[in-house]
Design a binder for this molecule. Structure first.
Ligand code: GLN
Length: 317
């Protein structure tokens, strides 16, 4: 009789520190690949020879390697957290204002917005994140304080904060986001002042965190909505499943198919070089390396996640 394949979810089968060490060695050989996001001037100076990776297991244990405690600009990773807050505020009503389909277009694309009458394709493109920002501004008394408290509680790190220089840099260079917000407003799909929505969006992108903070911050998505760092039920198990699904299909923009193919985990990238991912029922994880591929995803980060899922068998496929 054929023996059943080993269960990758049994973590005692893996030497996770050894696996992280191997990945770290491999990635270091490739330092220098990819380009930093110089369209946001304050991100242009980040050195490329950086790589960190952290795993946050459901029992609270952390495994980490490399520059896992170096803070970086989380950029679009924050879109996972703002989607969670927006869904908490208005529930399924959110989906009347933003869709949940993959875009096949870059994160900052405007092209579908006119055809689709100001309804962004998904909450992880910039356009969709502006809707979540608008919902949060409308539904929480102090939106900025709410987001900051959320990030601190999810990561268990009270020192999580924003980098004003990054927010300023985005405010000064974000012409495309300005166009997008005004365009959406012209379809009556923003309730708040366009500048207020943009300011909140720049603030969320300018949050500064390290791989350990970020791995912990998405752990609730691996644990049926329960956040280990704070002991709080952040969303329902169904809510976590749904957010993971959108991450899988849209979290890495027009490379989502490629990510499913090579990595096979719900993941969200940011142009600061971070990628947060979820192994459902097992762990939250985060990789960081600032060199990006042509789709705006961390090139070595994607490689590291690919190696991790292949060495452990921990992909959802
Ligand atoms: N702040 C960035 C922007 O608006 C976020 C993009 C990203 O990380 N993919 O362009």
């Amino acid at each position: 009789m054929r023996k059943p394949p080993p269960n990758p979810h049994d973590l005692s089968r893996h030497d996770l520190d050894d696996i992280l060490g191997t990945i770290n060695e491999e990635v270091r050989q490739r330092f220098g690949e990819g380009e930093v996001a110089d369209y946001i001037p304050s991100l242009a100076d980040v050195p490329k020879d950086r790589f960190g990776m952290a795993l946050a297991l459901l029992d609270g244990k952390i495994h980490e390697v490399g520059h896992s405690r170096e803070r970086f600009s989380i950029q679009s990773l924050s879109k996972v957290h703002t989607l969670t807050l927006a869904l908490e505020a208005v529930g399924d009503g959110l989906w009347r204002r933003v869709d949940r389909e993959p875009s096949g277009d870059p994160f900052n694309s405007l092209i579908q917005l006119e055809h689709e009458k100001g309804i962004p394709r998904n909450p992880f493109m910039n356009a969709g994140a502006l809707i979540c920002a608008d919902v949060i501004l409308s539904n929480f008394d102090d939106a900025e304080a709410t987001l900051l408290a959320f990030m601190r509680a999810r990561s268990g790190n009270p020192e999580v904060g924003t980098d004003e220089a990054v927010a300023k840099s985005e405010r000064e260079s974000g012409h495309r986001n300005v166009a997008m917000a005004n365009f959406i407003r012209s379809y009556d799909n923003l309730d708040n002042d366009v500048q207020d929505v943009l300011d909140f969006y720049y603030l969320q992108c300018s949050l500064c965190m390290d791989c350990v903070d970020l791995a912990r911050s998405v752990q609730y998505l691996a644990d049926g909505g329960h956040c280990g760092a704070s002991g709080v039920q952040v969303t329902t198990a169904e809510g976590a499943t749904r957010i993971n699904s959108v991450m899988m299909t849209a979290g890495t923009y027009d490379a989502a198919g490629d990510f499913a193919y090579y990595v096979g985990l719900p993941a969200k990238s940011g142009v600061g070089g971070g990628i947060a991912a979820v192994v459902p029922h097992v762990m939250g994880l985060c990789v960081w390396s600032p060199g990006l591929d042509e789709k705006g995803n961390s090139l070595l980060g994607r490689y590291a996640l690919h190696r991790f899922t292949r060495m452990t068998g921990l992909s959802v496929f």
